[in-house]
Write a protein that binds this ligand. Sequence first.
Ligand SMILES: NC(=O)c1ccc[n+]([C@@H]2O[C@H](COP(=O)([O-])OP(=O)(O)OC[C@H]3O[C@@H](n4cnc5c(N)ncnc54)[C@H](O)[C@@H]3O)[C@@H](O)[C@H]2O)c1
Ligand SMILES: [Zn+2]
Length: 702
Amino acid sequence: MSADVAVAQLTEIQAKEELAHLALVMGDANRAYYLGDAAMTDGEFDALKQRNAKIESRFPHLKRDDSPSEQIGATPDGGFGKITHAVRMLSLSNAFDDEDVQEFDASIVKFLGVKSDISYTAEPKIDGLSLSLRYENGTLIHAATRGDGAIGENVTENAKTIEDIPHQIENAPEILEVRGEVYMSHADFAALNARQTERGGKIFSNPRNAAAGSLRQLDASITKSRPLKFFAYAWGELSMPLADTQLGAIEALVQFGFSINPLTKLCATPQELVAHYNDIEKQRATLGYDIDGVVYKVNDLALQSRLGFRSTTPRWAIAHKFPAELAWTQLEGIDIQVGRTGALSPVARLSPVTVGGVVVSNATLHNQDYIEGRDSKGGEIRDGKDIRIGDWVQVYRAGDVIPKIADVDVSKRDGTQTKFQFPTECPECGCEAIREDGDAVHRCTGGMTCPAQAIEKLKHFVSRGAFDIDGLGAKQVEQFFKDGWVKEPSEIFTLQDRFGFGLQQLKNREGWGAKSAQKLFDAIEDKKNIGLARLIYGLGIRHVGENSATLLASNYGNWDDFENAMTQAEIGSGAQWDDLMAIDGIGTVLATSIITAFHQEAERACIDRLVAHLTIAPAEAVASDSPVTGKTVVFSGSLEKMTRAEAKTRAESLGAKVSGSVSAKTDILVAGPGAGSKARKAAELDIEVLDEDGWLALIDAK
Ligand SMILES: NC(=O)c1ccc[n+]([C@@H]2O[C@H](COP(=O)([O-])OP(=O)(O)OC[C@H]3O[C@@H](n4cnc5c(N)ncnc54)[C@H](O)[C@@H]3O)[C@@H](O)[C@H]2O)c1
Ligand SMILES: [Zn+2]
């Protein structure tokens, strides 16, 4: 991949390939993140997102339909009813330094073409989860999570247990949707984890996870027992406006009985915004709840509506993020974990230290190069400082994933520190661990004979995006493996028959009864019918995430075609290879990995044994909507209700392609006064011509 090439130097082909790669990787990371199991840090994710945006802005015509810049959150989970938001719930774009804030202000001034200063509200960005509350005639009708922005989860009963959320509002407009953040205070978070520890329950890694886990309970009485709070900061559908300004509207919400954040302030210039940001950052540690930045919003609501939205973010607001939190501690040792694909991952064992309110006792070390102070391209990281056992290291936490090491204090070395010898054998199975050319990690060569790999493969197999078997989670599958009951995925499906085992044996186990055992066997039976994409993903082939599995499934259609193609394929040449490479989003690394899996004897046999038990449903096609999706539109002449930039972005956000000149490929010409030659050309070519109002009617019709 060309991730180390500056965007300005990318060729078009490289750009296209990288955008496809980013769409896959970030799609997978995103899904994992919203299921509470992040695969990378927020910093890494944000860096990829920025790079993706940079490439897209240099090559706008290469922007993909599944671009990560078009994604919000994740699709709602099946356990809850679904609620379609009357007004979409969006994300926020980010500013990371003062310069970004200046730029934000400048872009607004330019977009609107105004001369006077714009004023903004500034308020803490609460690190919780957003919730939309719908009141009709003053009664709380429903509460929904953000979900994917368009459809959220129905958590009404749970939301009703939160004290800050009124069930009835007096003198409310007929329709009132209040939006804000559900969060948990530091003190309540600590107390909850203490109780959970006592009871042997789930320990939450941070207050945001705890808040999300508590709100998203199928049993509202559990939510009631968890002390959640709510700050209101926005609104959705309204039957009448609340005020003319952001601040006025927020104050109206206070009148209705909601809490708003006391640090909300009106600022007249970008300098005042930054000053308030610095002020809030100083108070951050003593606020008693997590915030991860400050949100700036244009105060004048008429201007907000002129500015409108990009595909996933309002143009009138931005989140100015705080830098990651840091702390110094000592490295006690390095453990090696073996993953599903045999990768040996070094993990730092640290003297426990508090970073941003959370106790941290380990950090990821990635691989040998990383420990030695080099990146995978041979460049320096941490100024080339290596990490030794006994060193003082600076850890940082970004998001809820495993923390990382930012720096090493070499001045504290006193001769007792030791260099880490990277193992040449797998610590789990004793097989040789080798590092291949071009690979950053050491891998165990034991394959399915390595217990660590086999367990991880099984866990992956039963995970949510894969077979997702009710009652058979990571914990159960690990136990079954240790007992020798299930050594590979196919054995899950013979569990009941083999050994003539079944209810009796399982019933005797702790945690299982006749009922739950029967339920498990039924659930297994049920999953003998499986979709093609889930199966491909479930195989756990290296580099094949949920998105790439879906891509493969929709391109090959059914298992037989896919299997035949992979069996006949050769790496690097031939018709099957060419077919694979022709799929937008599949690159050489991924293709090589899949073909290898189908040609390795042991792995292949494992796949065949599994498939023998299954009925595999073919993949389905997907459709898209909007009256202008896929159409090519040209704007010409002067527009009165919007600037040209506004018109273009709006059209693009609806899936149209905006072009500068009229040709046979043009579908619609939007012509204002003075459209001149373009209007004539359109008439010649018999192209649909609309005036500004006609265009607005068309796109608003939806
Ligand atoms: N680690 C990963 O793999 C991974 C994957 C996906 C996303 N992420 C992380 O998730 C974040 C993006 O998620 P996001 O789309 O929820 O965006 P976001 O959290 O950066 O910002 C949008 C949200 O801010 C919240 N918010 C809090 N206070 C607010 C206020 N006063 N006014 C308005 N909104 C307020 C709202 O809930 C809103 O939905 C990024 O930080 C990203 O790094 C990480
Ligand atoms: Zn091994």
